[in-house]
Design a protein around this ligand. Sequence first.
Ligand code: C2E
Ligand code: MG
Ligand code: MG
Length: 700
Amino acid sequence: MMRSIFDSTQALILIVDDMPTNLEVVSVALNDAGYDVSIATSGERALLQIERRCPDLILLDVMMPGMDGFETCIQLKANSRTAEIPVIFMTALADVDHKMKGFEVGGVDYITKPFQEKEVLARIKTHLRLKHTEDRLERILNSLEEVVWSITLDPLRCLYLNPAVEKIFGRSADDFLQCPDLWFELIHPDDREWVKTAFRGSEQNHDIELEYRILNIDGNVRWLKVRAQANSYDTTQYRLDGILYDITDRKEVETQLLHTAQHDSLTGLQNRRLFIENVNKLLKQAQLKEDLQFAVLFIDLDRFKNINDSLGHHYGDKLLTEIAKALKDIVRPTETIARIGGDEFTILLANIHHPNDAIQVAQRIEAKLKVPMDLGGHAITTTASIGIAMGSARYKNADELLRDADIAMYQAKRQGKAQYQLFESEMHAKVLHQISLEQDLALALEREEFLLHYQPILDLESEKLLGFEALVRWHQPERGLVSPAEFIPLAEESGLIELLGEQILRQACQQMNRWQTEYRGISNLTMSVNISSRQLHSPNFLNMLDAVLSETGMSGQALKLEITESLLLGDDPELLEIFYALQKREIQLSLDDFGTGYSSLSYLHRFPINTLKIDRSFINRMESDPQSYAIVKTMTTLAETLDMDVVAEGVETSSQVVLLKALQCNSVQGYFFSKPLPAVQATEMLATLPQRESAVLGLS
Ligand code: C2E
Ligand code: MG
Ligand code: MG
């Protein structure tokens, strides 16, 4: 128990001496100095008295009858209640051995008789102060939340631990003092070795600071922050003194913040940053382990915008969440999945044996997305375009690998979506070129830089003009006229063909209508317009067609649509419906580039086709190559059997004309008769025709 003592005031001093005169002298001096004093005339009495009231300091005579001063001190120190009371010996014996014994049994000081009063008071004051300071220090240590500790490492011993240790570890300071191994045993197995190494490596007078995990008594993980310093202890080793405290709460907040910073809040998947970090880690490994195979899949949903626009963002978000789940189902839990953009996901397949493994994952994703997902009332299926890039040490960083997967994805999109593509090195330049061309095309559409040339189609026998084929040209300000072969395929891949096709159809119909109002006798002429498969498959196609017809005043009879063979493959009932809808509008259908697609002719009769256009390549070779000749012959016969017209494309020479006449091919188109003409020249040509019902083209 501590009283408010400082300097002399209020402290209780017990004087133990068998000589009444000594007691008298000392107690008077102490009383005068303001101390409370109690006295005992023997060791035994002193112990009894202390039982009743604990002094702050004891002045203890050494030589007494019965229990001497040393023995009394030993007893005091053995009792935890009295062990801490400072004892000052008083004796007439001044030899060193004697004094040393006094210190050994626990005394703090010595006063030799006869006393010097001032000396006695000074020593008492010093030791009261010292004791007071110690007590205060102890109270501070006991009240600390932090653990204050001191250990030696060889051998491992706990020298000091304050009681806070119990709150953090669930073990008392005594547990550690008795079993020092606990100090390391309680460290989390994943941290134990490096912490040991760090402790052992600490250099004298250098602070070390560590954060590591322990397992407390309930088996829970707690995070500790430890600061320590190595101080000299004895000749063979030093001592580590330090404090440690629980930083579990801080760590949890940090972990949460880190998680938020590295994950997508909607799906809980990793975000781009963390994904890139993970790929970079793997690339580092690949530098050391050359045969490491891994892949990045870049997944972009097809038409996600449609879902967002038609059902709203709520369902869009739901769909993304469902897709995240689906992806988790598909790959092993150890693989990394991220959402790196609105509808863009990436997967890192960290350890595969072959590109096929990545392809299989892509296939499983495609298959899974086809299964309807229930978004609370809306069952939705979707598709994705997937790019795959195989990782290897030649990639300098994750961004490059991701870029290549992205390029492969782009390629998959261009090729009609709902598919995967494996990245190949040539794709890079190609895609860059495509992207810039595509941007140019979009701009050209806005600026209406596309115009049509018209190539006459003639009756072979009479050379009467039957109509024109409209062929698009891109009038590019810098390059002049660009051929459709250069941009139509890209327009088809990118989807721009839908807008472009509409512009072309409108121009062709306007032109035809203008001619028909201007020139009499050409009402039988037809305008052939090429239609790509993508246009025909657009859900809006018929509406667009009707709108253009009514807007331009063009009649269905005067219009022919040229489609290609590949369109007819596969059983597409919707396509047949469109064909019948065209038939109802009296619009005719030509099968373009006939013979270049698929050899099976069995499908032809199933479709309402009016005209077969024999591909230029056969006409070209029919003179030199008997097989081509035979094919042209078969085609004309076939057309006749199926009651279709036949047009020979690309007729360039008079000998071709002779052969075609012999084969009774009814109509022709080609440079021999006329190149595709700009509108002005085509108009001039019409103007020269005799103004009667069936016009004959005046060829010189
Ligand atoms: P296509 O529909 O088979 O058009 C015939 C192509 O053969 C045209 O090439 C024409 O200029 C060319 N040609 C005609 N007679 C001869 C000849 O005697 N000798 C040679 N060497 N060539 C001849 P063009 O205009 O370059 O068009 C190429 C292709 O681009 C077209 O083949 C068509 O598939 C496509 N295309 C052209 N315009 C359009 C369009 O407006 N829409 C769509 N979707 N595709 C179009
Ligand atoms: Mg054509
Ligand atoms: Mg053709």
